[in-house]
Design a protein around this ligand. Structure first.
Ligand code: AMP
Ligand code: TRP
Length: 326
């Protein structure tokens, strides 16, 4: 039987952090065992704000190496840069003709990011391009963190709308969101999610951070004025976030960690958290060091060519459905 298809994407701006890893990338890697996976560095999505060209080009290149180090496996999955497969943007245009501006302007991410700046079309249209990424390959499932739920809803709406207007073409995709780790919070402000764009680097742990940097960031993590190590998001969001991170890296359950560190004081608890993260990330750092930039680039080129062939087959059907062929 054919395996079901998974698609997901990650923006190449800023470095990959443990929120990306625990919320999305760990699932990307695991799903490779059972699904036909297609993963993308969504470079076009990363261009909706002002940016420095040289830094962007460098981050874009490096992101591929980081993701392969995290376990995205080009021997099993298609893995390429979105911009190298023009069918993504073609489908985005077609889907855009069916998307209400009202619906787009109500998206949380748009409202947050458009605030105070002159809102641009690219930012408004961002979720339509994401829907195109997913629907282009008829994906059934999309591993993402909690913040992408609303974009997935729009994708589902667009699949249903297209199918009812032009005939059954797209499966309606489901998100795959982890039960824990779907929303890792900032180490400096545990009521905000850990984010690539936070100006405070102490707010996030990068998957490539060396051990001493991880220790320093965890040590500085905001907790509270109490002392008990308890999983309680209302009273102890900072501690709860650290418990969640430690549990996901060590495999120990949260109740087991509460029992072990409940009364040991924050200092000792944080040292243990840092060690669990260091051990968990060590294989990624080692894999990253062992990779060769030229080999990574060659793989990205090859996979983009294969993806273009596949995407073109699918787009032929869309063009026929909407009256652009023949
Ligand atoms: P981005 O960095 O926006 O390209 O996000 C890449 C993936 O990481 C998406 O699936 C996000 O939902 C996920 N993600 C980003 N930040 C977090 C976070 N703080 N906690 C959990 N998942 C996250
Ligand atoms: N919008 C996603 C994010 O910011 C990135 C993304 C683009 C994506 N296209 C996608 C995720 C398709 C899943 C599927 O994280």
């Amino acid at each position: 039987m054919d395996r079901k298809r998974v698609f997901s994407g990650l923006q190449p701006t800023g470095n990959v952090h443990v929120g990306n890893y625990l919320g999305a990338l760990r699932n990307w890697v695991r799903l490779q065992d059972d699904y036909d996976c297609i993963y993308c560095i969504v470079d076009l999505h990363a261009m909706t704000g002002d940016y420095d060209v040289a830094a962007f080009a460098e981050e874009r290149r490096n992101a591929a190496r980081v993701l392969i180090a995290c376990g995205v496996d080009p021997a099993r999955s298609l893995f390429y840069y979105q911009s190298e497969v023009p069918q993504h943007t073609e489908l985005a245009w077609i889907l855009g003709t069916m998307t209400g501006v009202g619906q787009l302007s109500r998206m949380t991410q748009y409202k947050d990011k458009a605030k105070g700046s002159e809102a641009r079309l690219g930012l408004l249209a961002y979720p339509v391009l994401m829907a195109a990424d997913i629907l282009l390959y008829r994906a059934h499932a999309v591993p993402v963190g909690d913040d992408q739920k609303q974009h997935l809803e729009l994708t589902r709406d667009l699949a249903i709308r297209f199918n009812s207007r032009f005939g059954d073409e797209f499966p309606v995709p489901d998100p795959i969101i982890p039960e824990h780790g779907d929303r890792i919070m900032s180490l400096q402000n545990p009521t905000a999610k850990m984010s690539k764009s936070d100006p405070d680097e102490g707010s996030r742990i990068l998957v490539l951070d060396p051990p001493d940097v991880i220790r320093a960031k965890v040590k500085r993590a905001v907790t509270d004025s109490g002392s008990g190590v308890r999983y309680d998001w209302e009273e102890k969001p900072g501690v709860s976030n650290l418990l969640e991170i430690m549990s996901l890296f060590s495999g120990a359950s949260i109740p087991a960690l509460e029992a072990e560190y409940g009364s040991s004081g924050y200092g000792k608890f944080k040292e243990a958290v840092a060690e669990a993260v260091i051990v968990g990330l060590a294989p990624i750092r080692a894999a990253y060091e062992a990779l060769d930039d030229a080999a990574v680039e060659a793989s990205m080129r090859r996979h983009a060519a294969a993806a273009r062939d596949k995407a073109e087959e699918y787009q032929l059907r869309v063009r026929q459905r909407v009256g652009l062929a023949g």
